[in-house]
Design a protein around this ligand. Sequence first.
Ligand code: GDP
Length: 435
Amino acid sequence: MPLDIVVGTQWGDEGKGRIVDLLAKQADIVARFNGGDNAGHTVTVFTEGSGSQTFKLHLIPSGVVHAHTSGILGSGMVVNPATFFAELDALLAAGVSIGPERLQISFAAHLITPAHRALDRAQEMARGSGQIGTTGRGIGPAYTDRAARRGLRLQDALDRSTFHEKMLAHVAAANQQLVALGVEPLDAQAVAKDYNDFAARLAPYISDTGLQAWLALKQGKAVLAEGAQGTLLDLDAGTYPFVTSSNPTAAGALLGLGLGAAPIRRVIGVTKAFQTRVGAGPFPTELEGEAATRLRGTGANPWDEFGTTTGRPRRVGWLDGVLLRYAVRLNGLTEIMMTKLDVLSGLEKIRICTAYRAGGVEYEQLPLGPADLSPFKPIYEELPGWQADLQSLHRWEDLPAAAQNYIRRVEQIAGVPIGQVSVGPERGQVVDVAA
Ligand code: GDP
């Protein structure tokens, strides 16, 4: 019963998409379990005759580009039907054969509506200088409604005799909040009508996806769970309150799929060779100025560290071993896949934070989790860099000794093996780490 879970160990953007792409080859079911259309995996679709097309999937599991897989959007997700159908249409246009026969959404996932999106933007504006940096896609308000037990589940869309009234009541309630925030209310009838149309189109996609995954696992099939965002953005375990509204960690995968722990085979943490963060929140190993520009890139390469939708430069810094140990523990990682090692090429020295210091005491583990990191100063170890470009290297033996040394040191700090290291964005640019 092999369930493999892929999670980001940092603040998202670790390059999970390409690792999922590699692993999906051996999977029968690929599943998203948390978040909504606020995350994005870059996928490349190869079609005979028309070459390759690259685009972002924000909602549909990226592994569905492999024709032999089925996709699941699990119960831990919040689903904007407009995005769902836009992605479906984009996949169909790219020649990917996809429909309800190989894509299902959990009845227990929640709907995102235009009212959630309007509230998200209005609430973020109202926070003024204390903004969280939400994507404005309604994710937070949809999860708020879920927790307040007034949310709309996909299941609600199956009963058309009551759905219209539920939508009207939902928009009316949201409108009260919007008006209080000084924002124009929405046309409830128009929203309810659009969602009535969506409901008809969604119906064949809605089922108990947890049951399907469980039955598949019982038959010996392989399920791959793709996390969005990263461990340090977990609602409960992350750098609260600068977090997302869901649980992108391994425990979140189980609840967000409707499965228990027994089927787990591997929990794979995707770790960038350095650290990046979008938006506000603590970042102990953050770099400024020229050193930051060196890691971030100038924007000339597609992999440079700029927000995919906003174009805003990401905050960058050295790999943080204390936070990595935390991610290993919290997710129960069996292994790590390291990405973007090639970006470190050309540096004279590479630093890793191995511990924090506060009040004269050294900490290898976080005493109270990552929410308040302000008392801690990183303690760095300096390792020699390497000059060779790694992008054309495929074998462990070909990596410069300094690069091998860096990988080994990160393994030691994390306490789990690094299975593979990626050295470029393409499918083949991956090196197996010697055991
Ligand atoms: P995710 O949000 O964690 O899934 O990250 P993405 O899948 O969006 O990846 C971020 C970007 O980094 C994409 O442009 C990838 O092609 C690129 N990328 C991933 N791995 C590597 C790598 O090893 N080297 C380089 N140079 N780019 C990479």
